[in-house]
Design a protein around this ligand. Sequence first.
Ligand code: FES
Ligand code: FE2
Length: 385
Amino acid sequence: MGDLDGILDSLRTIAADGNAGWTTLPPAAFGSDALFALEQERVFKAGWICVGRADQVAHPGDYMALDVVGEPIVLVRDLAGELRVLSNLCRHRWMSVCLGSGNAKVLSCPYHAWTYRLDGRLWAAPEMDRHPTFDKTKVALPPIRHAVWQGFVYVNLDGGAELLAPQLAPVDARIAAYDLAGWVTAATQDCGEYPWDWKVMQDNGECYHHLGLHRDTFEANYPGRASGTWDNGGIFTYLWAPARPETRVKGGDGLDYVPGMEFPPMPGLDEGQRTSFLLVFVLPNFFIYLQPDLVMNMRVFPVAAGRIRLFADFIVRPEARALPDFQARLDRAIAFFNRFNDEDVVANSAIQRNLGSRFAAAAPLSTLEHHNRHFARWVAKQLTG
Ligand code: FES
Ligand SMILES: [Fe+2]
């Protein structure tokens, strides 16, 4: 698949009229190596990518390494308690300084034991004092531009993106009552690699498919037809899926909720928040599924055209951790995630295979696929603007 000029022509049309025709991207866009190269630069390196939660490196010395579109980075909490995001590429001969996650007083490269302070400055480099020009004081792991939004850590690899906070301020206004920055990451599941494009994953974000794929998991409580979507033309889509009135139950506080919550709900939510789940998609890689008691967060990292790596985070209010059966409740929440994710796996895998068919064509979108419409015009603009 993939004649880049032909794909870009289609994208220019979508970008020019703001996707007035309510269409998907052309099928060839989901499996093109040439387009993927462009996406890495213009979407993933130029944009804000969610890499995790600030509380995953909560204590001085905590570190967590990961790769973002081929760029090795490490999140570090320094001794003063400041969060830093550094290049994880050793300044010697390109080894990863940190592997996985842990806690350490210094970051020591496993290859030749060059050692860096937690702020990235080189502290020791065995035998290098005999090098003709080497000056240890001039060497440091380069800092990576980052921002923390609602407790989530974002990086901007090329350093040129517009400030993140103002772009997400309209979402802050709608989710302020949840106070998400104070919630804690209870579990992270590395779902591994999946054989579909990051844009197929984005297209799967709508609630229209409750009617078919998620008949048992979601449609029974949250009918797809009642879902709504809002965007401001920028880097997010905000969706809400209200519960059927007949499925609502009274909580311990006498207020209406949706059945099936595992944890005590956040106090102070309005009725719409208590009886809906919300979805906040920050383009291109981040999906928050927001319930009154639990956040499920999906971080999507493209590894190639037609291939992603997925992480899921389960985030709760700090009080929830004190419940005596906390782990059992969390396990049930994770099991529910795996149940609906397995349903999505069936569709996304088939779709990626089918996109190579000679009969595949750009598809018309229903009004319940407003997110897809917005996503297509947003990505078309990034790639052709
Ligand atoms: S590559 Fe890191 S010390 Fe040599
Ligand atoms: Fe789904």
